[in-house]
Ligand binder design. Structure first.
Ligand SMILES: Nc1ncnc2c1ncn2[C@@H]1O[C@H](COP(=O)(O)OP(=O)(O)OP(=O)(O)O)[C@@H](O)[C@H]1O
Ligand SMILES: [Mg+2]
Length: 503
């Protein structure tokens, strides 16, 4: 044990918060009979390292709500702890040792102060305080859960989560907006970034790989908005997408073939519809000999292939310099002898470079894009290129799209919260100046059960020879392809296939 603990119990009792690095939100101890601080001289100075800076939080750190009394006790204990502990020493310990240390001191404080608490409550208090000092405070219990897809903090008092495709409120509260900002700052500073009034928008990553976005006041009016896309330790695989009903087994085979035979693929979908997940799944069947380069805003993909180079964009610094855009990355990629280029999200002029890459011998390249249907994906690509300042006639852009993209996959989050792959669509060619598409597999909703769960099915549109048939032949995949398409046929009540040839 270490620290500035003295044997004088008065030093532990209800002392006022010391001005440690993030003191603003620590309210004074509310316990009435708390003696005045014993003005014990501090043996060691305030924290030197930024890491375990406490973000005092006399509020609930879990989704359970507590009584006001609990918060009062927590405030008192927290303040006594901050007064007692040596943060410089603490910062030298690893997390578990630091936790042990804090637990010891807190238990001691509770004893000395004669706090009456059940064992369970005491455990919770210990957890809460450890989380505030060492971790991300009230977010910790949410971060520890593996069933959460997104955490959305809308200011200090409101936090939502997404579980099983459904939005839920939580009881998680921060002490105030200052504590919330301290935690945001702690998160982003770990990747060398900062967030404050002068640079209020920030993307970052948690050490576990979760994607983070912060937008701070004054842009966020009711306190900082923090959004976390939780990293799934076990990324979903195609088999799991089948298990969840996002795609059929035959559809899975189709996707595997599309990835394997080096079709150029665009994954289209709305926010949180499962685009990145699908992209990740699609890279599964890629040969381990291939050289793959990924470009992302925030590295999320987890490729299994050993010969992968991962690139990430960089925002400008405070002086507005040093930005590396997605376009810079994709352009640079071309000089790195890639066999496939994978762009996490296409949202700007890099669309042009990706199409060019797809067109010039980097077959099997992939990217995702925000849009609600395969048709819309084409027009989104078109407008990204036009807005990128390339002085090209629309028809030329369309020809370029047709010459580059082979398949569009549509991911959707349906209104019952389920996620589906709703289209496997081929880009066929041009009719006049219109791009023609052909659906191979579509998901159609046929009804809804009494619980509001949608009922539907995937079915092929009756195409037996997709445009990438020759590619499949080259890779010896025609049998599997024909079989998967045949299995996807759905018969009508007369036993005839319900085909439809146009998308
Ligand atoms: N088919 C699926 N079934 C169930 N959950 C899924 C499915 N696909 C994705 N998810 C989950 O949904 C969440 C969002 O997925 P993902 O990150 O792939 O979406 P996205 O479309 O890339 O989102 P964004 O637009 O924010 O980049 C993740 O937690 C992921 O695990
Ligand atoms: Mg994504």
């Amino acid at each position: 044990m270490f620290g500035k603990r003295t044997n004088d119990p008065s030093n532990l009792a209800g002392t006022a918060p010391k001005p440690v690095a993030a003191p603003a939100s620590a309210p004074a101890a509310k316990v009435a009979d708390a003696p005045k601080p014993a003005a014990a001289p501090k043996a060691q100075a305030a924290p030197a390292k930024a890491k375990p800076v406490p973000a005092p939080a006399p509020e609930a750190s879990s989704s359970r709500s507590h009584s006001e009394e609990y918060y009062d006790v927590k405030t008192t204990v927290f303040n006594a702890l901050i007064d007692t502990i040596d943060l410089t020493q603490l910062s030298k310990l690893d997390v578990s040792a630091a936790r042990e240390e804090i637990r010891d001191i807190v238990s001691e404080i509770i004893q000395i102060k004669n706090v009456v608490m059940s064992i369970a409550e005491q455990e919770e208090l210990l957890e809460d305080i450890c989380n505030d000092v060492l971790g991300y405070g009230p977010l910790e219990p949410l971060l520890a859960r593996d069933d959460i897809a997104d955490i959305m903090v809308n200011g200090a008092s409101t936090t939502y989560i997404e579980v099983d495709g459904k939005m839920q409120t939580t009881g998680v509260r921060f002490a105030d907006n200052i504590q919330l900002m301290n935690i945001c700052q702690r998160i982003v500073s770990q990747v060398g970034r900062r967030v404050d009034e002068s640079s209020p928008i920030c993307d970052a990553r948690l050490p576990d790989g979760s994607r983070v976005n912060v937008i701070a006041p004054p842009l966020a009016i009711d306190g900082a908005a923090l959004t976390i896309r939780k990293f799934k330790k076990d990324r979903l695989k195609l088999e799991q997408l089948v298990k969840f009903g996002s795609i059929t087994p035959a559809g899975k085979t189709l996707l595997e073939i599309i990835g394997r035979v080096r079709c150029n693929v665009l994954i289209s979908g709305g926010t949180g519809s499962g685009k990145t997940t699908l992209l990740n799944c699609l890279t599964g069947p890629i040969d381990h000999e291939e050289r793959i380069i990924t470009c992302e805003d925030s590295a999320e993909l987890q490729l299994q292939q050993p010969h992968t180079v991962r690139l990430e964009t960089r925002p400008p610094n405070l002086e507005g310099e040093g930005e590396i855009t997605m376009r810079d990355l994709v352009k640079n990629c071309l000089r790195m002898r890639p066999e496939r280029i994978i762009v996490g999200e296409v949202r700007g002029p890099e669309a042009f470079d990706l199409l060019q890459a797809m067109n010039t011998g980097h077959d099997g390249s992939m990217g995702t894009l925000h849009s609600n249907s395969p048709r819309e994906a084409i027009s989104r690509l078109e407008s990204m290129i036009m807005m990128g300042g390339f002085a090209l006639p629309v028809t030329t852009i369309r020809e370029m799209i047709v010459g580059s993209i082979d398949v569009i996959l549509q991911a959707s989050r349906l209104r019952d919260g389920s996620r589906k792959i709703t289209h496997i669509t081929e880009v066929m060619g041009m009719e006049g100046d219109v791009v023609t598409l052909q659906n191979l597999l579509v998901y159609e909703i046929t009804g809804e059960d009494e619980n509001g769960k949608l009922i539907g099915r995937h079915r092929s549109t009756g195409i037996s020879r997709p445009r990438f048939w020759e590619r499949a032949q080259y890779y010896g995949e025609t049998n599997r392809l024909a079989e998967a398409l045949a299995q996807s046929e759905v018969m009508d009540e007369h036993g005839n296939p319900m085909g439809e040839h146009h998308g």
